[in-house]
Design a binder for this molecule. Structure first.
Ligand SMILES: Nc1ncnc2c1ncn2[C@@H]1O[C@H](COP(=O)(O)OP(=O)(O)OP(=O)(O)O)[C@@H](O)[C@H]1O
Length: 271
């Protein structure tokens, strides 16, 4: 079940991390991380609290710089000294807080931060482009002139994802996109994530919910205490996954996971 990290030149990975480490003073948040992301695949990044997921996302978003190691983008080593560099390369991030402005409508939110964009003050062009992005995602938004405050959690996530696609990235990172969503909205957002993959983007999805991860991920990358702790296919058993996440093959959570059905066991896998 466990796969090995591969050579990007051979595999056509868009993004590869080679031995990436990050220290905050004496704290080693990440140690020797290896990760490949290919076009048209969803990679779920899972791990217990403090495993290093957020730190890894922030490195790839240009917020943090690695202490050591190499990031290859389309086979070339890159350094990102800020979020603008990541966006310029084609790495978009939807953080958990979504960073939407409640009082602004969908169009204004999609174009937020694009003040230098030539379209920015052309309301008609912005509205047309917003509908295009939402239609590509087959998103169900009643009106792009609604303030975001009136949208559901799933619709807000949709707007945040549409916004991240505006600059036509090659990689999109989603931090807990289904956290706090109900069943129907979760299904809607997961469909959306699959559509992003089907457009040929590489998707990195952080999630604590094993059921969501199994539903859409092509590969599941486990981090534990800041290190790689296995790469799994979605048909890995709950026991394998929980074992890799918690670091123990035999504990109360993994025993319960092995007894329960996959959907019920995913509750047990929530770190
Ligand atoms: N800015 C920082 N300064 C010091 N230590 C940090 C900083 N950011 C993260 N850490 C430490 O790095 C480790 C990894 O944290 P990180 O937030 O990346 O984990 P995580 O897997 O995202 O956890 P969670 O699921 O709780 O968000 C933790 O020990 C954390 O305390």
């Amino acid at each position: 079940m466990t796969e090995h990290s591969t050579n990007p030149e051979k595999t056509g990975a868009i993004l590869s991390l080679k031995g990436v480490s990050k220290n905050f003073g004496a704290v080693s948040a990440l140690t020797d991380i290896e990760l490949d992301i290919h076009p048209g695949e969803i990679v779920a990044l899972v791990g217990d609290n403090g495993a290093g997921k957020s730190t890894l996302v922030k490195i790839l978003a240009g917020v943090h710089q690695p202490s050591s190691g190499t990031i290859l983008f389309e086979g070339q080593p890159v350094t990102m000294s800020g979020p603008a560099d990541a966006l310029k390369l084609g790495i978009a991030t939807v953080f958990q807080d979504l960073a939407l402005c409640e009082n602004l409508d969908v169009v204004a939110n999609i174009f937020l931060g694009q003040e230098k964009n030539a379209w920015h003050l052309d309301e008609v062009a912005m509205e047309v482009r917003s509908w295009e992005l939402l239609n590509e995602l087959a998103a169900r938004i009643p009106s792009v002139r609604e303030p975001v405050a009136s949208l559901s959690g799933g619709q807000r996530q949709t707007v945040a994802i549409a916004r991240s696609l505006l600059l036509e990235p090659k990689i999109i990172m989603l931090d807990e996109p289904t956290a706090a969503l109900g069943v129907a909205q979760t299904a809607e957002v997961l469909n959306l994530v699959e559509r992003v993959r089907d457009k040929g983007l590489g998707v990195i999805m952080i999630s604590h919910n094993m059921e969501d991860v199994r539903a859409v991920a092509d590969r599941i990358v486990v981090l534990r205490l800041g290190r790689n702790n296995g790469v799994f296919t979605p048909d890995a058993s709950n026991q394998e996954l929980v074992g890799a996440i918690t670091g123990a093959a035999d504990n109360a959570v993994s025993r319960r996971a092995s007894r329960l059905s996959p959907s019920a066991a995913s509750e047990g896998a929530r770190p």
